[in-house]
Ligand binder design. Structure first.
Ligand code: NDP
Length: 479
């Protein structure tokens, strides 16, 4: 079953984007630049294995690993096999991949090395930049001197730039290399089963769309709080922080799916344009980033029985940077549908209880009939991201007092998805279908929204608070 199977009656996605047609969307070689890195090893290679398990007809794909390491063929195949075995990929897929894979040492910032890689790949290749962002930017510069075969796809990881200006500059560079519809800015949250499920829940049911607006919705919360701490990633995280790491990319993408207008077709053009409309209309609540945002950093504490040191004392952290590990921003979407509805986006590390969900809170009933007693809380629809679940919190008549109000939650686990999120991302890349890729203009919009907050924080207009690891954040914050 594909993630879009509810809409299986719709034709195949139209890849005509703003008038330009994709010549041949099928990718013959996946070139993994940065093949020895963490992303490649822990997420991409396992996801490719899972994709080939689910869709064995793809097993002819060539995997060309490339990186700084001077690895011989045996070292590479051992590395690949270890990664696939750890992910419990089937022996058939492992054998198939080992039969078609190869590795080349390369400096990916060198045009000559990139040219060699492209020539070694069967057309059309997908170049997946599993590299530090600064190296990816240099590799893109170097690609200007490389003749890319028709149909080449470029795949970029987050963070896409560091602000509006750098994201625009990167877009401009990429536009000289391949057309927009072959530029895949990855946000793997868009491949998560629960996030994809927003499409089915919203558009394959009659009951939600009529109330999905400011007449009936009080507020929307998009929360991704995790127990994980820094986990040795100071080099990246200490420069990013929770706002850039989570809200600028993943949570804004989820918000766009929650708030967008219904699409005529789940196609790359329609879906990405509908998301773009929302992101263009989004801004910090009341136009005041200082009061519409909060930030905090964890101090030493206990997360689920695990002693966690003060963030500032973690190896590789520069405490003077004031990096936040918990961020919250309240946004508004300037449109008829959403005017006046706060969208609260929040993400934190080292919390006591993980909470990863989209919560749509509905307005109170206009009148509670006399005779019904008890607290009448708002209805809530909750989409939980891992373990995937959906819940509808409702008021019903009580058990002991039949006229008293009781609260029930209609909840069910959702199927976890046929593939890990990166499997869905890779399926799109190999098909040349940018449905789940972030369009260049929306990457810039996300920075526009977040840059306003970063500016206020740089001026210290929003204080950096502290919370003990293992709690849900500073006292007084809504959870
Ligand atoms: P790593 O630092 O683990 O890996 C980067 C890889 O790039 C290494 O193999 C490194 O080789 C290689 N490399 C660096 N410079 C060159 C060069 N000039 N020529 C060839 N190879 C080079 O980073 P990650 O894998 O963690 O991250 C990669 C990207 O993925 C980043 O943009 C990150 O933000 C993103 N990302 C990562 C996630 C993760 O969980 N790791 C999750 C989501 C996104 P060497 O080590 O030999 O220098």
């Amino acid at each position: 079953m594909t993630p879009m199977s509810i809409s299986s009656a719709t034709p195949a996605p139209d890849l005509t984007v703003q008038g330009a047609e994709v010549p041949d969307p099928h990718i013959a070689t996946l070139v993994l630049l940065g093949a020895s890195g963490d992303l490649a090893n822990r997420l991409l290679m396992p996801a490719l294995g899972k994709l080939l398990d689910a869709e064995p007809q793809r097993r002819g794909i060539e995997l060309l690993g490339a990186g700084a390491e001077d690895w011989d063929a045996q070292t590479w195949t051992d590395h690949l096999k270890d990664s696939l075995t750890a992910a419990e990929v089937s022996a058939e897929t492992i054998d198939a991949l080992l039969a078609t894979t190869s590795y080349q040492q390369a400096d990916v910032t060198s045009a000559a090395d990139l040219e060699r890689l492209v020539k070694a790949a069967k057309p059309a290749p997908a170049l997946y930049f599993a590299l530090p962002p600064a190296v990816t930017a240099k590799a893109c510069d170097a690609l200007a001197d490389v003749a890319l075969p028709d149909g080449t796809v470029l795949v970029l990881e987050k963070p896409f730039g560091t602000d509006v200006a750098s994201a625009k500059a990167l877009n401009a560079r990429l536009a000289t290399l391949v057309p927009e519809e072959r530029t895949f800015r990855v946000d793997h949250f868009l491949g998560r089963a629960t996030v994809l499920n927003l499409l089915g829940v919203r558009f394959a049911n009659r009951i939600f769309e009529p109330v999905w607006n400011n007449q009936h919705v009080e507020s929307v919360d998009i929360v991704f709080d995790e127990q994980l701490t820094l986990e040795g990633r100071a080099r990246y995280y200490d420069k990013a922080g929770a706002l850039v790491d989570m809200i600028q990319s993943h949570l804004l993408q989820v918000m766009a799916l929650v708030a967008m207008n219904p699409v005529g077709e789940v196609s790359a053009f329609d879906l990405r344009e509908a998301k773009a409309e929302i992101l263009r209309a989004a801004r910090v609540w009341g136009g005041d980033p200082a009061s519409a945002s909060r930030r905090a950093r964890y101090a030493a504490g206990d997360v689920d029985g695990r002693q966690v040191p003060d963030y500032a004392a973690e190896p590789g952290v520069d405490a003077s940077r004031g990096t936040e590990t918990l961020a919250e921003v309240v946004l508004e979407v300037d449109s008829w549908r959403w005017a006046g509805v706060p969208f609260r986006l929040r993400s934190g590390k080292a919390v006591g209880v993980a909470r990863k969900e989209v919560v749509v809170t509905f307005k109170p009933v206009p009148h509670l009939p006399t005779g019904l007693t008890g607290a009448c809380e708002p209805d809530r629809l909750r989409l939980v991201m891992g373990p995937d679940a959906i819940a509808l919190d409702l008021n019903v008549n009580g058990e002991d007092d039949p006229m008293g109000i009781d609260r029930v939650s209609l909840d069910t686990q959702l199927h976890p998805g046929r593939l890990p999120a990166y499997g869905e991302v890779l399926a799109g890349v190999l098909d040349g279908d940018p449905l789940l890729a972030v369009r260049g203009d929306t990457a810039v919009e996300c920075w526009r929204i977040v840059d306003a907050v970063l500016d206020a924080w740089a001026k210290d207009e929003t204080p950096l608070q502290t919370y003990p690891a293992g709690t849900q954040g500073p006292e007084g914050w809504p959870v």
